[in-house]
Write a protein of this length. Structure first.
Length: 529
């Protein structure tokens, strides 16, 4: 837009209306009424509005006056916006703590802003409203912004879905593990394993059945064997005792990976997500090494009680977490076993994994092992081959989640300074792009048992009191604006649980959601204490 692009006219109701190329951006009859009508069409469940184009500010003003929604305006051409602020008073908007104005943001800045400020559990839905006359002037740049918003909404919504499903269990497990973490006297220090020249990471894909002999050979060469919890029973039943076991799943199904292996596991270090089921820590004679995978309560624990190592679990599966552990230990050469990320000849896991005794226990005349296995196999549709020109017939099948896991693992390996290979198997090929840069002999992060500032019990008592001290919410203001830095850090730990409450009661108002989650979390801590 050129300089002095805007002209200003008065509507019949005496409101100042900006115009571009003689085209008014709002109604020349009653722009306020026009904006109110549009806001009234927005569903009550939508709590986060992104308005494209500032114009005379009538849309955001109406949204702030008539609703309790968060309102973000995105506009470009900084110099021309000076014209708007010179000719019209926007102080009413600027002073409202539910309003934000993004001027000339890059797409990346838009994405980061929404990730930081949009909380689906509190805000509900998100909606984009373009100021049509304004956006048509700079259509390409606004279209690009819309695409970025849609992309980031998909990411945030995916996180919210996971939080709504696991938020309650995460919270329950973490506070119990805080209490349990001080019970055992024997601590371990993973510095004893570093530096590590070579390691094997063991997943539980069907190919593991034909790779066991190669693993036994590595064991005799003193190669560090890092086992996923799923692969653990396969290794033990074949006489292979891993050096480390990693588990990240918060669900109690994880118990089946360890069931019956107590004797074998007594001397094996367990690397557990602090949100893992508390019962798992009893399988080793050592105190488990708890790590943080990014849950806000885990981060809070690490910052305010006992430092926790951070392992990257963004790949969504335990094999990815094992790879992250190997990276922390400074491993130079890594071989993956059982990493199929596909179903092979209708087989989902290697023989000896939890799923077979689990189905056997549940079987009856109406639900045989074969029937349960079939339901498990076909619970998600198979994807077409990525390379349709492939001549050789394939014996593996991928689902959307398995392909996602593989892609994330490929992405991680491309950024690691280590030589990474995959043992010969039957699954979908993994594409490695190893960097040749020399790695340090030292681990990136020291992962060791640390002295606590206060006891776990005292920490939980203080945490319970801090939750109780959070101020009450008000639907007419941004709750985060009421909080000081300490209160924000406390409230952030509750957000995954907020998603649980929101899912259970979609119509519950924000004020009630916040109070409900505070009460539930306090009650859960008191139950543990």
């Amino acid at each position: 837009m050129a300089e002095n692009q805007y002209t200003f006219l008065k509507s019949r109701t005496r409101e100042i209306v900006p115009c571009i190329n003689s085209h008014p951006l709002h109604s020349m009859i009653d722009p306020k009424r026009e904006a109110e009508r549009l806001i009234y069409t927005i569903e009550d469940s939508t709590g986060f509005l992104v308005i494209l184009g500032l114009g005379g500010g009538f849309l955001p003003e109406a949204a702030l006056e008539l609703t309790n929604k968060q309102v973000i305006v995105i506009d470009y051409d900084h110099d021309n916006l000076k014209e708007l602020f010179t000719n019209k008073d926007y102080s009413k908007l600027i002073k409202n703590n539910r309003f934000k104005l993004l001027l000339n943001p890059s797409n990346k800045e838009i994405e980061l802003f929404i990730i930081e400020h949009y909380k689906p559990a509190l805000d509900g839905g998100i909606q984009v409203i373009p100021l049509r006359t304004r956006t048509e002037i700079n259509k390409p740049i606004f279209d690009s912004a819309i695409q970025s918003i849609q992309d980031v909404i998909g990411i945030v919504s995916g996180d919210y879905t996971v939080q709504a499903h696991f938020g309650k269990r995460w919270f329950s497990n973490i506070i119990r593990n805080i209490k349990l973490s001080v019970k055992k006297e024997t601590a371990i220090d993973l510095k004893q394993f570093a530096p590590v020249c070579e390691a094997a990471i063991v997943a539980a894909g069907p190919s593991l059945d034909i790779q066991l002999q190669s693993l036994k050979d590595l064991k005799t060469r003193k190669v560090l064997i890092i086992s996923s919890d799923t692969a653990l029973p396969v290794l033990v039943s074949n006489g292979i005792i891993p050096d480390i076991v990693v588990s990240i799943d918060c669900q109690h199904i994880s118990y089946y990976h360890f069931k019956g292996l107590n004797t074998c596991l007594k001397g094996i270090p367990l690397i557990l997500d602090i949100a893992s089921p508390p019962m798992l820590s009893g399988f080793s004679s050592f105190s488990p090494i708890f790590f943080s995978s990014g849950h806000p309560l885990a981060r809070y624990v690490s910052n305010n009680w006992q430092p926790l190592p951070h392992l990257d679990t963004s790949g969504g599966n335990v094999t990815y977490a094992c790879l992250s552990l190997a990276e922390y230990l400074g491993v130079r050469q890594i071989t993956l076993f059982g990493a199929d990320f596909s179903y092979i000849n209708s087989q989902t896991y290697a023989k000896g994994t939890y799923i077979y005794p689990y189905f056997n226990k549940k079987q009856n005349r109406f639900s045989t092992i074969e029937q349960q296995s079939s339901v498990f196999l076909y619970r998600s549709p198979f994807l077409p081959e990525e390379n349709p020109e492939l001549i050789e017939p394939k014996n593996y099948y991928e689902t959307a989640s398995l392909r996602f896991y593989r892609k994330k693992l490929e992405e991680k390996t491309s950024m690691m300074h280590a030589e990474i290979t995959c043992a010969k198997g039957l699954g979908v090929p993994i594409k490695f792009n190893n960097l040749q840069k020399q790695v340090s002999n030292e681990p990136k992060t020291v992962i060791s048992k640390q002295e606590e500032k206060i006891s776990g019990i005292d920490f939980l008592l203080q945490y319970r009191n801090d939750i109780a001290a959070l101020p009450k919410a008000n639907d007419k203001e941004n709750y985060f604006k009421k909080l000081n830095n300490k209160e924000i850090s406390i409230f952030l730990t509750l957000l995954p649980y907020v998603a649980v409450i929101r899912k259970q009661n979609p119509q519950l108002k924000r004020v009630m959601v916040i109070e409900e989650v505070k009460n539930r979390c306090i009650a859960e801590i008191e139950k543990v204490l």
